[in-house]
Design a protein around this ligand. Sequence first.
Ligand code: NAP
Length: 260
Amino acid sequence: MQVAVVGGTGTLGAPVVRELAARGHTVRVLSRSAPADPVPGTEHHAVDLVTGAGLDAALEGVYAVVDAGNHRGPRSARTMVEGVRALLAAEQRAKVGHHVEISIVGCERVPFAYYRTKVAQERAVTQGPIPWTLLRATQFHELIDELLGGGAKFRIAPHSAMRFQPVDVAAVAGRLADAVEAGPSGRVRDVGGPAVQTLAELAELRRRTLGQALLPFPVPPIGRAIRRVRDAALCLDSAGEAVSFDYAEWLRRRYAKPVS
Ligand SMILES: NC(=O)c1ccc[n+]([C@@H]2O[C@H](COP(=O)([O-])OP(=O)(O)OC[C@H]3O[C@@H](n4cnc5c(N)ncnc54)[C@H](OP(=O)(O)O)[C@@H]3O)[C@@H](O)[C@H]2O)c1
């Protein structure tokens, strides 16, 4: 099948590209910059979701689009909500048959600006012109690690009861590839990692793995959003599917010293 992966150079997009290519699909990677390490047999198309540049040419002859584009920061709403609308309009012109979107478990429960953006992006897809599949996932191990790594640069480890259920990004990529092959299926089962842990527990795992001396930095549960995260609003409910390995295992794989 001819598949385009928007954001195919990102944390999620790159494993989606690898997975689809390994399953024998013809894959186009859509992003502003070309991948540093392209997957053999795939083709890069330069596109910009904000301006719409390159989209029409990139989608010619494509049957399914996976949207793994992302933009964090103050302009995220513009890139992600207006961007997905521009993408869906281009898909309609190109007669794309299936749009696959990734979102975040519990995004409607936590009033952070980025999560409001994800809710608006989901709505654009589910009320949009292209038959769709929507998968929600919990935070990737990479995101938790980036957050904790940012604190470690200042020699601090957040001491917080906020709860997360981080997931292996390759497992999420596998679910997206399954969704491409299954055809438009609406909202599919949420996916997350096998363990719910507090940010303090995750920080301690990282600190021990890397042998760092860090000062605990208390994060009080001030504000509705933080309290909701503490109450596991971003974790799977009983209908969700827990997959793959936990953050401790991810740390072992990521930071293991090669045996000499
Ligand atoms: N990270 C998590 O923990 C997590 C958890 C659940 C769901 N998600 C969702 O997964 C998706 C991907 O997240 P990620 O963390 O993999 O993102 P990421 O690593 O930041 O990758 C973003 C991708 O989007 C592309 N991009 C950014 N701006 C663009 C634009 N204007 N036009 C075209 N492409 C653009 C980037 O390439 P260029 O910069 O070269 O354009 C890159 O390929 C998002 O929808 C996110 O909400 C993430």
